[in-house]
Design a protein around this ligand. Sequence first.
Ligand SMILES: NC(=O)c1ccc[n+]([C@@H]2O[C@H](COP(=O)([O-])OP(=O)(O)OC[C@H]3O[C@@H](n4cnc5c(N)ncnc54)[C@H](OP(=O)(O)O)[C@@H]3O)[C@@H](O)[C@H]2O)c1
Length: 281
Amino acid sequence: MTTITDTFKLNNDLLMPKVGFGTWQTRPGKETYDAVSNALTAGYRFIDTAKAYQNEASVGGALHDANLAREAIFVQTKLPAETKSYEGTLADFESSLKALQLDYVDSYIIHAPWPWREMGANYDAENREVWRAMQDIYQSGRAKSVGVSNFNSHDLENLLNWDGLTVKPAVDQIQYYVGYTQASIVTTAEAAGIVVQAYSPLATGGLLADPTLERLADKYQVTLPQLALRFIIQNGVAPLPKARAMAHVEANTKLDFEINAEDMAYLNKLTDKNGWHPVGD
Ligand SMILES: NC(=O)c1ccc[n+]([C@@H]2O[C@H](COP(=O)([O-])OP(=O)(O)OC[C@H]3O[C@@H](n4cnc5c(N)ncnc54)[C@H](OP(=O)(O)O)[C@@H]3O)[C@@H](O)[C@H]2O)c1
């Protein structure tokens, strides 16, 4: 049975737990420290943060105090979306490692293909320059894998078709939840051996009161969030749920059940007609 510590194998053979713990909108200091400590106690071994979340130091503190072997935890952080230069990428990476108080991260990913204020703008040339730095970081051994986030098929192909490519992105972290599964990006990523990570797997809470999903969750005697997370795993994608409440953190680790093929097909046909789709950060 799949558990939160089962793994996906990345394209460089690194093992990544199938479920990560998200820390967006988790305030630096006690809130982040407690959330990450709770997550590690509950059994999560994959923590997702970002320089932009401004909570890397608190994530690092919780990791340090958990007294777990470093190699038992998969730590992922992100290059700010606004950083689009070779030197800037190296500098931001250094600052993230320092804040996390780590010698290496397991995954370092580009937060977005464009600065947030210019969502959708073309940064193809700059993204190749940034990727040159990401490859050098990977070769230094201080990031065990490198990847991207919010990259669509065009953005992925911009890197994959570049003659300077020596290291393929290992993951693409995209918004993904029941009703919003971004099939064309997933197809491009999977064809290139890139594992998809699902951010906002509960639609930032937007899914939580849906009566259709509630009924299906009842059938499996699980909660709606458990159904929504299990759906993602069975699609071969790694969900990154976020929760501050310990009851939620714990509930989201209980994913050892199987959604049958008919219900998976039904869930895969749902569309986001209810407007769950939140604005990503
Ligand atoms: N790469 C990107 O651009 C990007 C963008 C957005 C998110 N992300 C990543 O993805 C992670 C998750 O996405 P998200 O933060 O949008 O939220 P999410 O995981 O889709 O939903 C979080 C919300 O659901 C609630 N919740 C969680 N488990 C629950 C449960 N078992 N029962 C009831 N409520 C529950 C949480 O409540 P409480 O907190 O009150 O417990 C919170 O309000 C982020 O933290 C971040 O790491 C990345």
